[in-house]
Ligand binder design. Structure first.
Ligand code: BGP
Length: 476
C-alpha cells in the first residue's frame, strides 16, 4: 500500500497555461518570445515580441482568469497537491529590479489560498524555463555570474511571502536538459543562452551549469533559513539509457551516457562535482570559473528530495555510434530503436517498466526521497459532439506507469513522496508550442491557431484518475 500521505495530483508550468502575459504587469520571459511550432516545424525563438507572430503562451489556457474554476475541477478529482511554477517575470518583470511587483505576488497568494481552501498542497517550481527575457538578452543569461544573485533574490522573495502557504519547492525544472546543448531550445529555456553561438558550446554549457547549480544551492540555503521545515528539491528529466545489447561496449556506452543524465543531480544531491566530470574538464582543458565560496555553497545547499519527470527511456548502441545509419533517425548518434517498446505519435518511447527501473537506480544512488512530478501522455484527443472525450490511450499509459511505480515502492522499497500527472488540464506543449499535443484530463477548447472558446470539459481519464486517488492507487 502507498503511504496515506502520498501526494497525488497534477502538474503544470506557469508559461504553458497561465496566459495573462499582455495587459498585466508581467514582464516577458524567455518562453514568452517563442512562437508556436507544430509537429514538424520547430518553435522559433524571436529576439523580442514581434507583431504578427503567434505566441501561444500569451493566452495559454487563460488560467490567469479561470483559476477558481480550474482548481475546483482539480479538487473534484481529489488532488492532494498541485505542482505549478511561479512566473519569475510576474514577481520581477525584468529580473533586475530592486523591489518585487505586488500585483504578481498577490496573484499567487490568491492561487495558493484557493488551493489550500480544498486542502490541495501547492508544490512550487521556482523556475520552469521562465527566466526574464531581459536577463537573457542584456546580461547573457546564466553565462553571467550576476544572474545568480537575481535568481536568489527572486527565490528569497517567494520563500518569505509564501512561507506559510507553500512547503514543497523545487529550484529549476529539468535542469539537466541543457546537457543537450546542441539544441537551441534547451539552452535558451534553461539558461537563457544559445550555446551554439559560443566557440565551444560544451564549455559554455558547463559554465552556465555551474552558475545555475550555485544559484540552486544558495536558494536552498536561503529557503531553509526562512523556514527550516520547507522541503526543497531539485528537478531532473529522468530518461534512463539502456544498452542496446549485452555487448560490453553497449553497457559501457550506457554508463557514459547516464553520466550526462546524472551530472546535475550528483552535484545537487552530493554537494560536489563527480569524478567523471572533473576528469572531462581536465581532459579537455576546461577552466571553469569555480570559486572556493561556490564549492562551499554547493556543499551547504544540497536538496532534500529529488523531483523527476519521466516520459520515456532511450537505448544506446555502440554500433550506431560508429555507423549513424543504425541510429534511430540516422542523425542522433548512439540512440537506437528499442524493439521492445512502442512510441507515441511524437516518437516518445512508452516504457512503464522503465519508470520502475529509473526509480530504483535513483534511489540506490542517492537514498533521498523521490517525487515523480511529471509523467503523462501527449496525444491528439477528439472531443465528441456531446462534449465527452474517450482518452483510453492516456488511461492505459497512466495505469501501466502507476502499476510500475507501485512495484518500486511496495516491492523494491523506494521512498516516494508523490506522483503528479503532467498537464492535468490541456496546455501549450513545451517542445512544439502547439495545443494539439494534449496531456490533460480536462479538455480545453483551444486550437493551434489560437481559436476556441477556452471552455473546459472532462475527459474519461478525469473520472478514472479520481477513482485512483480515492483508492490511494488500489483501483487502477
Ligand atoms: C517536460 C517539461 C514540461 C512539459 C513536458 C512535456 O520536459 O518539463 O514543461 O511540457 O516535458 O513536453 P511537451 O509539452 O513538449 O510534450
Amino acid at each position: 500500500m502507498l503511504n496515506e500521505k502520498f501526494l497525488w495530483g497534477g502538474a503544470l508550468a506557469a508559461h504553458q497555461f497561465e496566459g495573462g502575459v499582455v495587459n498585466t504587469s508581467k514582464g516577458f520571459s524567455v518562453a514568452d518570445v517563442m512562437t508556436a511550432g507544430s509537429h514538424d516545424v520547430p518553435r522559433k525563438i524571436t529576439d523580442d515580441v514581434v507583431d504578427g507572430n503567434y505566441y501561444p503562451n500569451h493566452i495559454g489556457i487563460d488560467f490567469y482568469n479561470n483559476y477558481k474554476e480550474d482548481i475546483a475541477l482539480f479538487a473534484e478529482m481529489g488532488f492532494k497537491c498541485f505542482r505549478t511554477s511561479i512566473a519569475w517575470t510576474r514577481i520581477f518583470p525584468l529580473g533586475d529590479e530592486e523591489e518585487p511587483n505586488e500585483e504578481g505576488l498577490k496573484f499567487y497568494d490568491d492561487v495558493f489560498d484557493e488551493l489550500l481552501k480544498y486542502n490541495i498542497e501547492p508544490v512550487i517550481t521556482l523556475s520552469h524555463f521562465e527566466m526574464p527575457f531581459h536577463l537573457a538578452k542584456n546580461y547573457g543569461g546564466f553565462m553571467n555570474r550576476k544572474v545568480i544573485d537575481f535568481f536568489v533574490k527572486f527565490a528569497e522573495v517567494c520563500f518569505k511571502r509564501y512561507k506559510y502557504k507553500v512547503k514543497y519547492w523545487m529550484t529549476f525544472n529539468e535542469i539537466n536538459n541543457q546537457m543537450n546543448y546542441k539544441s537551441n531550445l534547451f539552452g535558451w529555456t534553461n539558461a537563457g543562452v544559445h550555446f551554439n553561438e559560443y566557440p565551444n558550446p560544451e564549455l559554455a554549457m558547463y559554465q552556465c551549469a555551474h552558475y545555475q547549480l550555485v544559484a540552486s544551492a544558495k536558494a536552498v540555503q536561503v529557503g531553509k533559513s526562512i523556514n527550516p521545515s520547507f522541503e526543497i528539491g531539485n528537478m531532473i528529466a529522468m530518461v534512463p539509457y539502456y544498452p542496446y545489447s549485452c555487448n560490453p561496449s553497449d553497457m559501457v556506452l550506457s554508463v557514459q551516457e547516464m553520466h550526462n543524465r546524472w551530472f546535475f543531480c550528483d552535484v545537487q544531491c552530493r554537494g560536489h562535482y563527480p569524478a567523471y566530470s572533473l576528469k572531462l574538464f581536465e581532459r579537455k582543458g576546461y577552466k571553469l570559473d569555480i570559486s572556493e565560496e561556490d564549492k562551499s555553497d554547493l556543499k551547504k545547499g544540497c536538496v532534500d528530495y529529488i523531483g523527476l519527470s519521466y516520459y520515456m527511456s532511450n537505448t544506446v548502441s555502440s554500433e550506431a555510434k560508429n555507423d549513424l545509419k543504425k541510429s534511430v533517425d540516422g542523425s542522433s548518434a548512439y540512440t537506437t530503436k528499442n524493439p521492445y517498446i512502442k512510441v507515441t505519435d511524437w516518437g516518445w518511447g512508452i516504457d512503464p517498466e522503465g519508470l520502475r527501473y529509473a526509480l530504483n537506480i535513483m534511489y540506490e544512488r542517492y537514498e533521498k526521497p523521490l517525487f515523480i512530478v511529471e509523467n503523462g501522455f501527449g496525444a491528439i484527443d477528439i472531443k465528441e459532439e456531446d462534449g465527452s472525450c474517450h482518452d483510453f490511450h492516456r488511461i492505459e499509459y497512466l495505469r501501466e506507469h502507476i502499476k510500475e511505480m507501485k512495484k518500486a515502492v511496495e516491492e523494491d522499497g523506494v521512498e516516494l513522496m508523490g506522483y503528479t500527472v503532467w498537464g492535468c488540464i490541456d496546455c501549450v506543449s513545451f517542445t512544439t508550442g502547439e495545443m494539439k499535443k494534449r496531456y490533460g484530463m480536462i479538455y480545453v477548447d483551444r486550437n493551434n491557431d489560437g481559436s476556441g472558446t477556452l471552455k473546459r470539459s472532462t475527459k474519461d481519464s478525469f473520472y478514472w484518475y479520481k477513482q485512483v486517488i480515492e483508492s490511494n492507487g488500489e483501483l487502477l
